[in-house]
Design a protein around this ligand. Structure first.
Ligand SMILES: NC(=O)c1ccc[n+]([C@@H]2O[C@H](COP(=O)([O-])OP(=O)(O)OC[C@H]3O[C@@H](n4cnc5c(N)ncnc54)[C@H](O)[C@@H]3O)[C@@H](O)[C@H]2O)c1
Length: 398
């Protein structure tokens, strides 16, 4: 009957993914689940789905094969472990966990149960990452010398509203988390391109000054006062990496990658993306190539009798490999620089084929753990600390 998927958490972000899970040809049933009964009913109507479930506890008792977790960001680790122990495959929105204990438990549970786990790391399918991954694979960068990954998201850019709807009356306790506890959009763009992992870190924090008092030791559950953190890492390939996680910053925001090799480099600024060669003649402006303006669906890619306006792979750039996507995705929504459709397809195909997806639990740990240790370093004035590694997929060197 096809894969049966339960959606845990039917909030704002899940809205982007439910239509994709529904449309995937290998999915037979989508069950919606939320603690908020009113929201659950409204979302069931909105998405045209009839089967619902009032809690993750009950969803774990049902016959679903897989559970996709879109709950609040501080709940994912324990919920994923609960679902895996119930025998379900798990897709989780980022972050995969919020502490070393949680991420260790998650990796061990995947190893013990043999179930598929995948983190929905949107940056992995950003056009910048796709382009750099391909050129790195071809050897065009040469050995990597240095990289920068950044995620800038100022609180004035919608974060107050997000934290209020996620945290409810208690929102201030959860709003001021250490920025380095959410490092995965930045770290994954480098790890997901070169395959190298972070081995050592020294990090500094910027003590917040805002009158809202969110980043104060007595306000949030993390006792955190840093709203901006900068970390310098040693990588397993010998390169150096600087990661910025900023939540109070005079910047329009977004994720950004700069990657420097001995042969050539990639530079990304707010409005421009550039391939930089040693010689001026080899440089190229990639801004248009990597812009996510959508591409028309070809017969091979999935033109399925839709009106011309809908026969488009929405939200993707010219470097996204849309030909691998199900034809049923043509004309559907696709957020975060064209990544959503690829993430859903990766997860569903991993569940039905038994193959390990790219953003597996070991990759998720390599995206997350460097940030957890970086914050520890910042608390200790920048002391250089070793970054533990939780391993690789069985039988698979990465
Ligand atoms: N680029 C990205 O990767 C990206 C972007 C946006 C959001 N996110 C992630 O998506 C997640 C969801 O964000 P959101 O804004 O939609 O949150 P939200 O607060 O709108 O929705 C979360 C929902 O989960 C439900 N829930 C919590 N525990 C549950 C349980 N035990 N059983 C059933 N339902 C439960 C809540 O009732 C709530 O309705 C966040 O964790 C966030 O980190 C990732």
């Amino acid at each position: 009957m096809g894969l049966r998927i339960g959606i845990c958490g039917t909030g704002a972000f899940a809205d982007c993914f439910i239509p994709l899970f529904k449309a995937h040809p290998e999915v037979g049933q989508v069950v919606l689940c939320d603690l908020d009964a009113g929201k659950l009913q409204a979302k069931a109507t909105q998405h045209g789905l009839s089967t619902t479930c009032p809690s993750l506890d009950e969803l774990c008792q049902t016959e679903v094969d897989a559970i996709a977790i879109f709950s609040q960001n501080w709940k994912h680790g324990p919920q994923a472990v609960q679902a895996l122990r119930a025998g379900k495959h798990v897709y989780s929105a980022v972050p995969s966990a919020i502490s070393m204990d949680e991420i260790r438990d998650l990796v061990h549970t995947v190893e013990a149960t043999g179930r598929t786990y995948m983190v929905g790391e949107t940056s992995y399918y950003y056009p910048t990452a796709i382009y750099c991954r391909e050129r790195f694979r071809k050897g065009d960068f040469g050995p990597i010398v240095y990289a920068e990954g950044e995620y800038y998201h100022d609180f004035d850019h919608g974060l107050y509203e997000v934290m209020k709807w996620r945290g409810g009356a208690d929102w201030k306790r959860f709003a001021g988390g250490p920025p380095m506890y959410y490092p995965t959009h930045s770290t994954s763009m480098i790890i997901g391109v070169t395959g190298a992992r972070m081995t050592q870190v020294s990090c500094l924090g910027w003590v917040d000054r805002h009158e809202d008092g969110l980043f104060r030791t007595d306000t949030n559950i993390w006792h955190n006062e840093f709203s901006n953190e900068t970390a310098l890492f040693r990588m397993s390939d010998g390169s150096m990496v600087r990661i910025n996680e900023f939540r109070r910053i005079g910047h329009v925001g977004g994720e950004r990658l700069n990657l420097y090799g001995t042969k050539a480099s990639f530079e990304e600024q707010y409005l421009h993306k550039t391939w930089v060669d040693k010689h001026a003649g080899g440089c190229a402006d990639l801004t248009e190539l990597l812009s996510c303006a959508g591409v028309p669906a070809t017969a091979a890619g999935g033109l399925s009798g839709l009106p011309a306006a809908d026969a488009v792979h929405h939200g993707v750039s010219k470097v996204h490999p849309v030909e691998r996507l199900p034809r049923q995705f043509v004309g559907l929504g696709n957020g975060h620089c064209g990544s959503h459709q690829f993430l859903v397809d990766d997860f569903v195909m991993a569940c039905v084929s038994g193959r390990t997806p790219p953003n597996n639990v070991w990759a998720a740990a390599r995206y997350l753990v460097p940030g957890l240790i970086a914050h520890e370093s910042a608390l200790r004035g920048g002391l250089q600390l070793a970054v533990p590694d939780l391993g690789e997929p069985p039988g698979q060197g990465r």
